[in-house]
Design a protein around this ligand. Structure first.
Ligand SMILES: Nc1ncnc2c1ncn2[C@@H]1O[C@H](COP(=O)(O)OP(=O)(O)OP(=O)(O)O)[C@@H](O)[C@H]1O
Length: 266
């Protein structure tokens, strides 16, 4: 088992100009994600969700505290942590297979092995017949699946997902949630996903982390079992309609919108 950990992590952005002050965005965050967990971070706009993910990816370093992978400080990106963005950022001049295989090419994996791994991943994401198709021939949902397959190519221990389904229409988005859950379960990776959607958090997460705003602090860290129900075969529509789901949804909505989230959490 691997563990990605934030220990007493604070992040301060420098002042934008002479008139403004330094901006404390994240304040003493303690958070761990293990392989086999799907942790979803929710919080109001500006609460620091993307900053948190950027720290996990090693795109930036904390001002205080440490981000570690199995105890080793991580201040740079690495193949063991793959990032998926909302904007799929695929290479339009390559077909779907070569997009998926690209990280392997960078690691000098031979062509035959690259192709075999890319085809295996395209199959995993339900695009077995789309390997030769160009990116512009694919729908938004298909493109995002290619992006997820590409993220899995180098067998990362952690998937870091920044609103990956945010640009999709509602129906495609809810189908992609179930799909993402299944792909994650098969990958045995840990997942850290940020979203604005409480509904999405409840469908995907094994744990939901709530960030309060200004500065971003850990307001709650809650276990959730709806994802396990969906993975066990319960239709997502039925899970969503259950009283327990609605109760959690209302509780999280209150937690995010209250000005004193710590009181709610207590
Ligand atoms: N590079 C930067 N330099 C200065 N300030 C920044 C930088 N990046 C983000 N910020 C500020 O930090 C705060 C948190 O931003 P961040 O994008 O992490 O929040 P978020 O919760 O992901 O927001 P959203 O949900 O709107 O995407 C915001 O006030 C933002 O303006």
């Amino acid at each position: 088992m691997s563990q990605l950990s934030f220990t007493e992590v604070s992040l301060v952005y420098p002042p934008r100009d002479r008139q403004s002050a330094p901006h404390l965005v994240l304040d003493r965050i303690d958070l761990s994600v293990s392989t086999g967990e799907f942790v979803v971070v929710i919080g109001r706009s500006g609460s620091g969700k993307t900053s948190l993910l950027n720290l996990a990816a090693g795109f930036q370093a904390p001002t205080e505290g440490s981000v570690t992978l199995d105890g080793k400080i991580m201040e740079r990106p690495g193949a063991e942590r793959a990032v998926v963005f909302q904007d799929d950022a695929l290479y339009p001049w390559l077909d779907a297979r070569d997009n998926v295989a690209f990280p392997l090419k960078l690691r000098s994996v031979g062509e035959r092995d690259r192709r075999a791994r890319a085809d295996e991943l395209l199959d995993l994401v339900g695009l077995a017949t789309a390997g030769n198709r160009r990116i512009w021939e694919l729908s938004g949902g298909m493109r995002q699946r290619v992006g997820i397959a590409r993220a899995l190519a180098a067998k990362p221990r952690f998937l870091l997902l920044d609103e990956p389904l945010g640009a999709l229409d509602a129906l495609t988005r809810s189908r992609m949630q179930t799909f993402l859950l299944e792909v994650w379960a098969k990958s045995h990776a840990g997942a850290l996903l940020i979203t604005h959607s409480i509904d999405e958090a409840l469908v995907l997460a094994t744990r939901i982390v709530v960030l309060s705003s200004n500065p971003g602090r850990l307001a709650a860290d809650i276990k959730s079992s709806f994802a396990a129900e969906i993975l066990a075969g319960a239709p997502a529509t039925e899970v969503r309609a259950s009283p327990a789901f609605k109760r959690m949804h209302d509780g999280l909505t209150g937690l995010i919108h209250t000005d004193t989230p710590e009181e709610f959490a207590a």
